[in-house]
Design a protein around this ligand. Structure first.
Ligand SMILES: CC(C)(COP(=O)(O)OP(=O)(O)OC[C@H]1O[C@@H](n2cnc3c(N)ncnc32)[C@H](O)[C@@H]1OP(=O)(O)O)[C@@H](O)C(=O)NCCC(=O)NCCS
Length: 188
């Protein structure tokens, strides 16, 4: 089942998406904004990763697609903990042209609806660097709360950076959609 937002479709990653994903992994500008390793990724390495990744139902990755632009990013639900009913969520949109048009908001809303109403999760975790204003605005708008700050947690660009820890509960999401009526204008 693909996951539908109002403007995005979140679908399974396919072999053809490897180039898109490799492009994002190897993009130095993107690397500055996200947590993770800074090694260049080769096509060969990615092929091996893909073979195991598509069977891994505890770490889900979705390609973000819109009608106008096609595949423009990746959203994740990773480290799914089925007992405690939580997962970590992340998002990357491919380039600046695709940003600030509501794609991030629609993706996060769709991920939350899927996580809470389909997978029956109770909580999502996230994080951002304290100077990542787009992330801060996006997740605050989508009802996420700041729960802490891990000081000097990630080393990038020659210095340690603080990581803001955020989360949202299923009840927060339900409260949000009651207030913003997000899905009421959904096209049928
Ligand atoms: C973070 C990201 C997903 C946001 O996606 P997006 O499609 O631009 O988000 P939206 O268009 O839905 O915007 C959400 C809110 O953030 C605000 N916003 C987004 N980018 C902004 C920017 N560069 N400056 C100021 N505000 C910004 C929007 O104005 C909007 O708020 P509003 O509705 O009150 O006006 C996107 O910038 C991205 O992929 N960045 C690179 C990777 C990254 O940082 N990932 C997150 C790591 S934690």
């Amino acid at each position: 089942m693909n996951i539908k937002g109002k403007i995005v479709t979140l679908r399974a990653v396919d072999y053809e998406d490897m180039e898109l994903m490799r492009g994002m992994l190897n993009d130095p500008e993107m690397e500055k904004l996200v947590i993770g390793w800074s090694f260049p990724v080769s096509a060969t390495e990615q092929e091996k990763w893909f073979a195991s990744a598509i069977q891994d139902k505890n770490n889900l990755r979705f390609v973000i697609e819109t009608l106008n632009d096609g595949a423009i990013g990746i959203a994740t639900l990773s480290g799914i903990d089925w007992k405690n009913r939580r997962a970590t969520h992340g998002i990357k949109l491919i380039n600046r042209r695709t940003r600030q048009k509501g794609v991030g908001t629609d993706t996060v809303m769709a991920i939350m609806r899927y996580a809470f109403d389909e997978l029956n999760l109770n909580r999502l975790d996230g994080s951002w660097f304290e100077d990542n204003i787009p992330s801060q605005k996006l997740y605050t708008k989508c009802g996420w709360s700041v729960e802490g700050c891990k000081r000097d947690y990630i080393y990038k660009n020659g210095h340690y950076r603080n990581l803001i820890i955020v989360g949202i509960l299923k009840t927060d999401y339900e409260h949000l959609i009651q207030e913003n009526h997000y899905w009421e204008s959904e096209e049928k």
